[in-house]
Write a protein that binds this ligand. Sequence first.
Ligand code: WT7
Length: 657
Amino acid sequence: MVEDSGRFDALLQEDRTFPPSEAFKTQANISDPNIYEEAKRDPEAFWAKFAEELDWFKKWDTVLEWNPPHAKWFIGGKLNVSYNCIDRHLTTSRRNKAALVWEGEPGDRRVYTYWDLYREVCQFANGLKSLGVKKGDRVTIYLPMVPELPIAMLACARIGAVHSVVFGGFSAESLRDRINDSESKILITADGGYRRGGIVPLKQNADDSLKNADGQGNGAPSIEKVVVLRRTESADDKMVNGRDIWWHDLMQGQPLTCEPEQMDSEDMLYLLYTSGTTGKPKGIVHTTAGYLLGTYATFKWIFDIKENDTYWCTADIGWVTGHSYIVYGPLANGATSVMYEGSPDFPERDRFWDIVAKYGVTILYTAPTAIRTFMRWGESYPQKHDLTSLRLLGSVGEPINPEAWMWYHEYIGGGNCPVVDTWWQTETGSILIAPLPGITTLKPGSATRAFPGIEAEILDDQGNSVGPGGGGYLTIKKPWPSMLRTIYGDEERYVEQYWSRYPDIYFTADGAKLDDDGDFWLLGRVDDVINVSGHRIGTMEVESALVDNPKVAEAACIGKSHEIKGQAVVAFVTLKDSVAISDAIITELKAHVATKIGAMARPDDIIFAAELPKTRSGKIMRRLLRDVAEGRALGDTTTLADPAVVDSLKEQYGEEE
Ligand code: WT7
């Protein structure tokens, strides 16, 4: 039922356990295990109590209105996210505390106190207003990992504009699609960003995205102005008259204060595009109060944040992890959040450990793919640095294999930092399954249990609850504050994607198992989404990119397990009749996908096939392709139109390797 579950069986034989130490328990933000029962008894009361910790212009009238599949939280409440992340700290001893500690890849450094952040956000918010941005308008942000990225997000939140951050690794074409789907008025970008010693040409991509695919005309007619940050001094001659305006020019003379817009609890905060099972990315809609509460609460309890912590999440803000756990969760808690622009191996493979030691990072949140890369590079890099400031470690983005968990615990955490494996999605807004480090007994490879107030359950095909020892589909049975509200402009897809598999129950599209203690073990996606280094890639997106090449007749993509990346993209391609197979075509097609989508979608392998295996009704049999790619025994092929196709594929793939 759950595809590929066989290869995860080993997980459940993992029996090492790590109960919280007395020392950790004593100081933890939450250490009373009764909280789970209490929250379960009355989730609304639980969330409402937590919501008291936020700052409201006007308190809510009703905690939850649930008309499946539509939830409204804290109805009637008025608040502002930027006010909660900045202003409210200014009247406390946090006023001059570091909010953002930033390091650029070339080694340049900047620190913003909460007061600094207040000034910059207000000025930029006024700048946006001067460009005509109003409450509800969409603003696309395509920036490198520089402080201006969170500043731009918070400025949007301050004036009630909806931000849509597009990861800097996405291509011009992906950027264009996202701008057009959101009908953004403003695009905020930079001339470039630094990555692995080179410059990512963001302005060039932005310019290309605003033309049509053929390089002509206006490809994104909703855009009125482009704000350009000077970072790499690589596009000074590329400013388009009347359309482009430098960030520093826009800031010039803007007032230092900007009244925060009184937002409704359910007003949209942001849009973030993510991949699904079709070729078209989904604009996930998050709203104000529920999202803020979800990130605030989970950050406080799962990362056990304290006033003196220095917290570093290594994700890019272009993904939801960065939104929730570099920007909103940490700042709402008044924490110090470290941001790093570049790659972990520049100039050397010890850059992360250099940063941890230099800033005295106490809490580190990173991804299994990074941990496995560090394992491969060897212990000598972390051992060169004093990592004893660390007290808590987090993991996110994909299942963490027990070996990587143990290595992280041992070599980065020095054997005495709890490791919190956090399961969640762009759609969930905040972490839903993770240990509470002052309560939960950790198990390498398990995200353990649902956050208080969250009802997670594993269901079988028929919708029956799966008991201890069983596997099935992970679902969430009750609405939660930071859940997505819809897919932007595609209500039907929202219902169909998340709420139709089981009526009125949220379908995660992840497989999971439950162990005898009731702990969750995540098994990966069960839909046509590939998780490459913790990045979601839709198979259909890669397939459309491939067939866009005039030499390709047909393409089918699957995810294959990969030692470092978790999964890698493998593409099966049928070329047009007149086209001969060659190494040059392989290179061309891989490059084509990178140009169309972004480098992270580049297939590792391209396998040519005279025909793709299809059912009699014409559906491509991806399961078979996966079996071929993984070298597994083939499953049932009786529905296959021409069984010989598989054999010839198998033969060829064998030759490839
Ligand atoms: C998918 C969501 C959540 C922020 C980063 C990714 C996988 C995420 C875990 C984890 C096992 C995980 C799931 C999920 N995933 N965290 N701790 N253990 N799998 O967000 O791009 O929306 O991807 O990432 O498959 O569905 P995303």
